[in-house]
Ligand binder design. Structure first.
Ligand code: UDP
Length: 479
């Protein structure tokens, strides 16, 4: 009789939103490289979008143990989903939960060693418990923001919450352990400004502190050296944490080590305009400020004008990603003041979507004006690019505070959108304090790279995760 145990098979169930799906796909590929079989279970809507916009089919062809499967999210086809994510979550909780249970019970094609699911979908833990399969949680935001979520009950108990957006936002926040030195009201996730502790976001995220410790482990897209003080607090509640980020670079490093010719998974939602790389090639080293607010943030026409004047008046070179859908309202393109078009022609370049990882790695880029999305922050940290932060929502308010106060990697401009403040911040980052920020960013980038090299923290945590999954698999086979 053949005694060889079947390879461990993992069912991954991501939060059905673009960012978390992208991060989970990178994790899926890292686990495939580590010898695990992956069933990537998504909602029908995400399945259709992945087939339309990504190279997932060809990308995973070289991993025979990878398969993608889908179940309904219970919403009508024309529902905006990401734009109304509380409705999406409700539907997942009521309609998708029983389908997930059926899928896990049926085995979906063989014994399942474990489930890896986004912890926001707390119900995945209930389902895995019901069917007796071990579960690991994943969160794709910073440990810092997750720790604020964990602390929501304490924020309420201490009276730090509630407050309103028009209250004094500089009041210090003292009830998030380890962050007392720098956290203010304005640095809490944006929904904390609602003035109502029954706000559905608060209700939902305060479950994190009880849901996460239920899993066998928590996987985070960060690295030890970046968030050590917060991780040490978090381990008091959730002892088994695997910090395996930055995921985008970790995957690239593993692909390079396996001599794979595949480029890392493309997370582009729009067609990349590569002409900006040619433009960057003709700019002096560290002279260009890269400007992008990610894939979701929008600005009003007035805010756009403030940014534009601030950038042009700073006299610095800039490469600006203006997504086709990033400005609220119509007709703004027909009313651009001549001094802005002139200044942009002289020192700027505008695209609809850029190959961001490549742009941040380009020697001409010396700064990043960002909305402080977690992926953008990690990509910037990894490439040693200092940041000016203009956070838009959710975790970005927390991330930007860390950039300025904890990591000293740049400036936090939150809650201000005034051309003179923007001009001054750009001059400070690119001229006045340039050397100081570059030195600090270089140190942090070295530490990020070290975490991914053999024996480094993220490298070792990924190894440990793969080993732990294989051990669980052996237990499943024995039982
Ligand atoms: N991105 C890109 N090209 C662009 C702008 C953004 O490839 O022109 C990518 C960027 O590299 C990052 C992601 O889009 O991986 C944005 O994720 P993030 O978490 O920073 O922000 P979100 O879009 O979720 O708000």
């Amino acid at each position: 009789m053949d005694q060889t145990p079947a390879p461990a098979r993992v069912v991954m169930f991501p939060l059905p939103l673009q960012g978390p799906v992208n991060s989970m796909l990178k994790l899926a590929e890292l686990l495939c490289i580590g010898g695990l079989q992956i069933t990537f279970l998504v909602t029908d809507d995400i399945h259709a979008r992945l087939h339309r916009h990504s190279n997932i089919q060809t990308r995973f062809q070289s991993y025979p143990g990878f398969q993608i499967r889908s179940i309904p999210d219970g919403l009508p086809e024309n529902h905006p989903r990401g734009a109304k994510f509380m409705e999406l979550f409700e539907s997942l909780r009521t309609k998708t939960k029983p389908l997930l249970k059926e899928f896990l019970q049926s085995g979906g094609g063989g014994p399942i060693s474990c489930v890896i699911a986004d912890a926001v979908l707390g119900f995945a833990c209930d389902v895995a418990d019901d069917v007796g399969i071990p579960i690991f949680h994943v969160r794709t935001i910073s440990a810092a923001c997750l720790w604020v979520f964990f602390s929501l009950p304490m924020l309420i108990q201490s009276g730090d919450l509630p407050f309103k957006g028009d209250d004094d936002l500089d009041v210090p926040i003292k009830s998030v352990p380890g962050m007392e030195r720098y956290l203010r009201r304005r640095d809490l996730p944006s929904f904390c400004r609602s003035g109502d502790i029954a706000d559905p976001h608060i209700e939902m995220y305060k479950m994190e502190a009880t849901e996460n410790p239920r899993a066998s482990g928590l996987i985070l897209n960060t690295f030890e050296e970046l968030e050590a003080p917060i991780l040490s607090k978090m381990r008091n509640v959730c002892p088994n944490i695997y910090t395996i980020g930055p995921l985008h670079a970790h995957l690239k490093a593993k692909l390079a080590a396996t001599a794979s010719s595949l480029p890392a998974f493309s997370n582009s939602l729009w067609e990349e305009d590569r002409s900006c790389v040619a433009w960057l090639n003709s700019q002096p080293p560290k002279s260009v400020l890269y400007v992008s607010f990610g894939s979701l943030a929008t600005v009003t026409r007035d805010q756009l004008m403030e940014f534009w004047y601030g950038l042009v008046n700073s006299g610095q070179r800039f490469l600006w990603v203006m997504r086709p859908d990033s400005v609220d309202g119509k007709d703004w393109e027909s009313r651009i003041p001549v001094e802005l078009s002139q200044g942009t022609k002289e020192r700027g370049y505008v695209v609809g979507w850029a190959p961001q990882e490549e742009v941040l790695a380009h020697p001409a880029v010396g700064g990043f004006l960002t909305h402080s999305g977690w992926n953008s922050t990690l990509e910037s940290v990894y490439e040693g690019v200092p940041m000016i932060c203009w956070p838009y929502f959710l975790d970005q308010q927390v991330n930007s505070r860390l950039v300025e106060e904890e990591w000293k990697l740049g400036l936090d401009m939150k809650d201000s959108c005034d051309r003179s403040v923007i001009e001054e911040s750009v001059r400070n980052l690119m001229e006045v304090r340039k050397e100081e920020f570059l030195r600090r960013a270089d140190e942090m980038a070295k530490s990020a790279k070290a975490s991914l090299s053999e024996g480094g923290s993220s490298y070792s945590h990924l190894d440990r995760l793969i080993q732990d999954i294989k051990t669980k698999s052996a237990q499943v086979v024995r039982d």
